[in-house]
Design a protein around this ligand. Sequence first.
Ligand SMILES: [Zn+2]
Length: 152
Amino acid sequence: MLTPRDEWRLAGVNPRLVDVVSHASEHMPAGVSFFVTEGLRTIKRQRELVAAGKSQTMDSRHLTGHAVDLAVSIAGQAQWALQLYVDLAGVIGRSAVELQTPVVWGGCWCRVDGAGNLDDELAAYIKRRLAMGRRPFIDGPHFELPRDGAYA
Ligand SMILES: [Zn+2]
């Protein structure tokens, strides 16, 4: 279930993505939930995040309302273990398929559909980046609508 605070933080986010997040919130495993930390972002805040190394681009999907950041929560406490975000991406992926909305996860920068093995996707992403001589940028809490297709 989304809280009023979550809904407030989702203001200005694409309604299809909001629907996926809302659906996922009702299908989390027992004892685990998530809350929304960020949706639509201002240019000023994006500049601050890039300066702090927390984002890598001024072309963020947050600036256009096509991205959300979610924090996994257990007993009311935010959790940052990556495995919990792999699991969250699974739930988001199943919701995305059910609502026929493509969603990209920032852990692997790949589409999630609730079917593939996300641990493998994550490993493949890391390998690809290293092969390019670039540091992987794993953003477990981040989900966005793909840039190609209907949500450009
Ligand atoms: Zn994000």
